[in-house]
Design a binder for this molecule. Structure first.
Ligand code: RIB
Length: 282
């Protein structure tokens, strides 16, 4: 039970605290928050809407200064109960046009274009994408999963096929890899919606004795630290994770320090492609 009236505190709600992407974002949040004398309460919704709702209700009851959240599902997250209590909200890691919210995101359409354009330039013609979960992830624009769809949208006509993973993690990447490697004919390349999927896919190629990139080129997304350290260093679309977290925390802190100047801001970072061995065709 947190002390009531926890004022100089920021709540951070993420869908998967085990994913290094969100760990790095949390470090950015904490760096900005502690510099401004704020503590951070980290909540893991574990991709569960029910758990997310519980975290939001707890943070609302504790009257924290602000809440940064990456929503799990499409549709309206019960943020009203925060805003009605004067608690500032910043949507993290996905864009929104909602005027009474702030958001910090990355241009995922451009990120997908960078990945596919690079593979085409390397001579890969038959490109398969391993994307995030369908269903919950194909809903409204505001939804994180729609972001995975945005990563495809940029160059969709150049992608031969999309495999849908149930979750954005290593084991789902391994299963997708086993599925692809069981086929008579391999694609030239696979573009994965995040690095954990790509690392699982890489694990499948090593087990099957398939050479990367000679037999199969691979590109991931996020550029977490494990990407460069992979058995075959992974090409990835880099998201500025620390900056995303720091910017989001700064937005909340600025708003609570001068609410009268409250300007809803929507910050969109530009991703960059980090090319490594996993996609450099000989
Ligand atoms: O790796 C987690 C993924 O979920 C990241 O790409 C982030 O952008 C979110 O979409």
């Amino acid at each position: 039970q947190l002390r009531s009236g926890t004022a100089r505190t920021i709540g951070l709600v993420v869908p998967d605290v085990g994913n290094p992407f969100f760990t790095d974002v949390a470090r950015g949040v904490e760096a900005a928050a502690s510099a401004a004398g704020h503590a951070v309460i980290l909540c893991n919704s574990d991709e569960s809407v029910a758990r997310e709702r519980g975290h939001v209700e707890l943070l609302a009851s504790q009257r924290v200064h602000g809440v940064l959240i990456t929503p799990v599902q499409a549709g309206p997250v019960p943020l009203r109960q925060l805003q009605d209590r004067g608690i500032s909200v910043v949507l993290l890691d996905h864009p929104t046009a909602e005027e009474d919210l702030c958001s910090v995101a990355v241009d995922d359409r451009h990120g997908g274009e960078l990945a596919v354009t690079h593979l085409l330039a390397e001579g890969c013609e038959r490109i398969v994408m391993v994307n995030g979960p369908a269903g919950i992830h194909q809903a409204a624009e505001r939804h994180r999963g729609a972001r995975d769809a945005l990563r495809l949208a940029g160059r969709a006509p150049d992608v031969l096929e999309v495999l849908t993973a149930p979750a954005l993690n290593v084991s789902c990447g391994l299963r997708a890899g086993e599925q692809l490697l069981a086929r008579a004919v391999l694609p030239d390349a696979v573009f994965c919606a995040n690095d954990l999927l790509a690392l699982g896919l890489l694990q499948a190629t090593v087990r099957a004795g398939v050479r990367v990139p000679e037999d199969l080129a691979i590109v991931g997304y996020d550029d977490i630290d494990f990407a460069a350290a992979a058995a075959v260093p992974l090409t990835s679309v880099r998201q500025p994770r620390h900056e995303i977290g720091r910017t989001a925390a700064s937005l909340v802190i600025a708003e609570t320090q001068s609410p009268e100047e409250h300007v809803h801001r929507h910050v969109v970072f530009t991703p960059e492609l980090v090319v490594r061995e996993s996609s450099r065709r000989p």
